[in-house]
Design a protein around this ligand. Structure first.
Ligand code: GRF
Length: 194
């Protein structure tokens, strides 16, 4: 049996960071195994991308709120993570607040990537916040998740220059290129020192 750390990847969107992680695993740059990919949204592209890699994928039941899971979905999530023997929870474009049940089940084992140089520009559309603030550089941050939004201990950051003429879309696209480099290497570092 393999003794690689077992990751559960949670995402609500297109899953490009998930793909970067799985490609790093396949290339031998990240010593881990993706045990399951979970989405809160049944149509999220991350689910199809997980299936294309032959990885188990699961969708949570609907929640009555937009920004957090309801009790049924929260219980389903914990059940899925247990069933797949997940040891780490890796958020990759997961758009819901992480609450106590998950935080307590995986203490210091939930990791996120955020598209800014935290602590600046927490929250949604951080690249647009950076553009509106007129900063010369922004970037991305890999951090541990705690009960405060985008405020857990920082693991690694990568800078991205804001260029003249950048739109929210062009800037976000360059930040995503940086994310795809940073996330696998930052995660590898965490797993090595765990
Ligand atoms: C990324 O920009 C990430 O920083 C943020 O959500 C986006 C997810 O993109 N948390 P993807 O689904 O991985 O392509």
């Amino acid at each position: 049996m393999s003794s690689l750390p077992r990751l559960a990847v949670l995402g609500s969107g297109k899953g490009s960071n998930f793909v970067a992680l799985q490609e790093a695993i396949l290339a031998g740059r990240l010593a881990a195994e993706i045990a399951v990919v979970v989405s809160d949204l049944p149509n999220a592209a991350i689910l199809a991308r997980a299936a294309a890699f032959g990885l188990p994928a699961a969708t949570l039941p609907p929640s009555p709120f937009k920004t957090k899971l309801g009790p049924e979905a929260e219980a389903a999530l914990l059940g899925i993570l247990r069933a797949h023997r997940a040891e780490w929870v890796v958020l990759a474009g997961y758009m819901r607040v992480v609450k106590a049940p998950l935080l307590e089940a995986f203490p210091n084992r939930i990791i996120n990537i955020h598209p800014s140089l935290l602590p600046r520009f927490k929250g949604l559309r951080a690249w647009e916040q950076a553009l509106n603030a007129g900063v010369a550089e922004t970037g991305c941050t890999v951090h541990f998740v705690n009960a405060d939004i985008d405020a857990g201990e920082i693991i690694a950051q990568q800078r991205v220059e804001v260029l003249p003429g950048d739109t929210p879309e062009t800037l976000h696209a360059r930040i995503q290129v940086a994310e795809h480099e940073l996330y696998p290497s930052a995660l590898a570092k965490v797993l090595r020192s765990a």
